[in-house]
Structure formats: C-alpha cells, structure tokens
Design a protein around this ligand. Structure first.
Ligand code: PLP
Length: 392
C-alpha cells in the first residue's frame, strides 16, 4: 500500500485532503518527497507563525524536551508562569491566563467563565451568549453551537441552549435581554471570509456592553499573536475585552490555547482544568514564538512586510477580473471571487503551480502566510499565484 491508501484505509475521512507528502520546510517554503518546492501562504491555517523549520523554536523545543515535557498543573510550571506574565505585559491588559490545547477548548473555557459570571448564589441568572452570523468558534459541541452558521448545526444535536446569532455588530444591542451574559465575536472573521469589523462599531459595542454589564469575549484564535501587526487585534481596535481567547499562532505549531481574562478570580481550584494545557513543552515553545515575533515587530520588519504583502495583493485584485475586492488586515488577507464556486478551482490551480492558499466563506481565497515571511517569498508566491490564475 502506498501512503495515500494507508491514510484512506485507516484515518477517518473528515477532511478533503490533498495527497502531497511534505518532508520539510524552511520559512515560508515547503518541500515534498520529490524535492518540489511550494510557497506556503497558509502557515498551516495560521499556525506556523514563525515559519517552518525555525531554528530558534526548534532549539527551544529540543532543549525543553530533554529536561521536562510534562508534569501536571498540580505543580508550578516555570514557562507557563513566564508566558502568562509576558502575554499580560505585552497586551497591556490587567488579566490572568488559563492554558488549554486548542482554539475550541479555549472558547469552551471562555464560555464557562461567562456562564459562571452569570451565576448568582449558585443559581443561573444569566447564560445567553450572542455571537455573529458567519462566525467560527471551533468544533466541540458548544463551540459549534456558538458558531453562527446553520450548516454546522446539521448533526450532533441536541446542542446546549443559550446561543443567539446577530446579523451584525450593530444588531447585537437589540438582542440583549435579562438572560444575556456575554457577546462573543471575532474582530476579523477568518473562516467566515476574512471580514474585518468596523473599528468604531466595535468600540461603541464595547462601551455599551460595559454599561449593561454584559461581558465581551473576543475570539482571537486566528487574529491573535501578531497576525494583524499587533500582539492582539484587540490592541489594534483599542478595546479592552473581558475575555480573549488565543490558539493557532501561539505555539508556532505546538498545540496550545489560552484564555486571558480580567475576571481574575472567576475560577476557584477545581472549577476548570486540563491535563495537557500549559505544559512545559507548549509554553516554552510559545515563549520563544512570542520573543521571536516581538523582536520582529520591534525591528520594523513586520509592518514593512505586511504593507508589501497588501500592496502586491491589491495589484492582483485589480489585474484579475475574477476578483471583486481584497479584504482583511495585516497578514490575514483575502480576495473575494465574483463566482464563489470558483474558489476551489483557484486553490487547486495554485497548488499545481506551487503555492498554498486557503478557501474561506463568502467566496474568498484566503492568505495566512507565516508572520516572518520574507519579501522574496512573497514575490515568489504571488508570481506562482498569478500563473495559476491565468489557467482559471
Ligand atoms: C481555528 C479557529 C477556532 C478553532 O480552533 P481549533 O484549534 O481548531 O479548535 C476557533 N475560533 C477561530 C476564530 C478560529 O479561527
């Protein structure tokens, strides 16, 4: 059996998979078993933030693996404490953290925090959470229910109650009632089509929620960790949410999720937990990732490369009629396709030409390059992408 046959025979078919056997990578470049090179404009769906084969990250992981990978949260974990301190200091928010293993799990924890906040004397007073249409919050039963896409609620019921979907940021206040405890939003909807929210509308919402004692949860699983040029998109939008969730880019590929919250005493020992969450390996990796990216930002290169990427993407949006507009912010970018059923063809054609791009909702070709991508890698990727478009 070849590898494809093994995969098809033994792994559940939950993904529409491309059968390319990647062997190694360097920066934004990937190499398959035949030595063919690809430019990775996806960074493993926003995960490989410091690029493939990053030597600093690899050294940190190796060093930690030789010492301690895991003990448990019943003991002090040095890199966990240091990572929490670093994220709080860099964010500028007066918060504490809880560490999980994925975005969905971080969102589950955020929802638990909100529900606990809605309890008074052990009684559930408020439990409803308002989320947005076209949102994406993860794949656990609760995170799926929080996701404002009907297509995602086809199977797996019954789902937990208490989620309400708003058409837009502006509509949220009208949906608040006496049972509403929180609002959960992405500042830029990723899976939903790389759709940024309007900054002033978000700031207005944030002020209104504070007045009405409704928590604001910002799902920064995709937007966080310098994806938009700042540590957090919440920094860029100049708001102070009650709860922020992180995952994707935080560990540079090592699974880690996190919840940041200003409700610093919401949990008592025993209220929430995770066996793996925040272990030595993942938090040491994340510390290194944050160091690398913070230095990168300070050097001015991050802004420079983001602007360059945007400029080149806008040229493509103008040059090719198939696109109606470019969308997104920082290194979270998309091109809207006039016929949304062509997005799949574009992604496949790009792959044939040696560049990885993603699909997203609202008929969008999505770009989530490594945050440390170089100018040469950007040029090479767009050259290939243009070649691919000529064949559409
Ligand atoms: C990817 C994503 C999630 C889910 O993260 P997992 O690690 O796959 O559980 C949740 N929210 C947003 C905004 C995401 O982009």
């Amino acid at each position: 059996m070849d590898l494809k046959e093994i995969d098809l025979k033994y792994v559940l078919h939950s993904y529409g998979r491309e059968y390319i056997n990647f062997k190694y990578g360097k920066g934004a470049r990937l190499y398959d078993e035949n030595g063919r090179e690809y430019i990775d404009f996806t960074s493993g769906i926003g995960v490989v933030s410091v690029g493939h084969g990053n030597p600093r990250l690899a050294d940190a992981i190796c060093d930690q693996a030789k010492k301690i990978i895991h003990i448990s949260n019943l003991f002090l974990i040095e890199p966990q404490a240091l990572l929490a301190k670093r994220l709080v200091e860099l964010s500028g928010y007066d918060m504490r953290l809880f560490f999980a293993n994925s975005g969905a799990e971080a969102n589950e924890g955020a929802i638990k925090i909100a529900r606990k906040y809605g309890e008074v004397d052990g009684e559930v007073k408020r439990y409803k959470i308002i989320t947005l249409k076209h949102s994406f919050h993860g794949r656990t039963i609760t995170a799926l229910k929080a996701t404002g896409q009907e297509a995602m609620h086809t199977y797996f019921g019954p789902f937990p109650d208490g989620f309400v979907y708003a058409e837009s940021i502006e509509q949220i206040p009208e949906l608040i009632d006496g049972k509403t405890v929180a609002v959960m939003i992405e500042l830029i909807q990723g899976e939903g089509g790389v759709e940024p929210q309007d900054k002033e509308a978000v700031q207005r919402l944030s002020r209104e929620l504070k007045k009405r004692d409704v928590l604001l949860i910002v799902d920064e699983v995709q937007t966080g960790i310098y994806r938009t040029g700042e540590l957090l998109a919440s920094n860029l939008y100049e708001i102070e949410p009650d709860i922020i969730t992180l995952a994707k880019g935080l560990g540079g590929g090592v699974p880690i999720g996190a919840i940041m919250t200003g409700l610093k005493d919401i949990f008592k020992p025993g209220d929430h937990g995770s066996t793996f969450g925040g272990n030595y390996l993942s938090t040491r990796a994340a510390l290194e990732v944050v160091d690398i990216l913070e230095e990168y930002k300070d050097s001015g290169k991050l802004d420079e490369r983001m602007l360059y990427f945007e400029r080149e993407l806008k040229k493509i949006a103008q040059e090719f009629d198939i696109f109606t507009k470019d969308v997104g912010l920082g290194f979270m970018r998309g091109l809207r396709v006039s016929q949304s059923d062509r997005v799949g063809d574009i992604v496949k054609s790009a792959l044939r030409k040696g560049v990885l791009v993603l699909k997203a909702g609202r008929g969008t070709v999505r770009f989530l390059p490594p945050i440390t991508i170089t100018k040469e890698e950007i040029d090479e990727g767009f050259d290939r992408f243009k070649e691919a478009l000529k064949e559409i």
